[in-house]
Design a protein around this ligand. Sequence first.
Ligand code: HEC
Length: 117
Amino acid sequence: MRTTLVLLSLSVLALTSCGSATPATRAQTIAALTGVAATGQTLYMQQCVSCHGPAGDATTASTDNKSMVAYVKANNAETVIGILVDGVPSTSMVSFAALSNQNLADLYAYVKNTLAK
Ligand code: HEC
């Protein structure tokens, strides 16, 4: 019984920590984390500001006239984080899947709680 439990926990761990998790599942995992907005701000200034602007409201050609902040206000955490993980195909919005889950949570915390406040 004990062995079964241990094996069960191990397989759950393996399932959640290996790269085979679908993007939607990863977005859910990230949405459940507590992001650190200060770290997110540093990342935003390095990786996002050139296209989305310091306030996240750039509607230049580089963002197809869409304001990132408006999108963040209108959509839930999972949806927005899903965009960060997957990118938007055929646009200059690339995938940021290479960032750690914690860093993606940090980015979301900054965008949601500071820019889209
Ligand atoms: C090279 C330019 C570029 C960079 C860098 C970039 N984005 Fe984007 N992003 C875009 C474009 C273009 C779109 C719009 C795609 C579309 O047409 O739907 C977009 C869309 C988005 C959206 C969905 C809302 C919308 O406007 O459609 C979010 C959220 C977003 N970006 C967040 C980020 C974050 C956070 C970063 C940094 C980690 C980032 N982006 C970096 C170009 C960029």
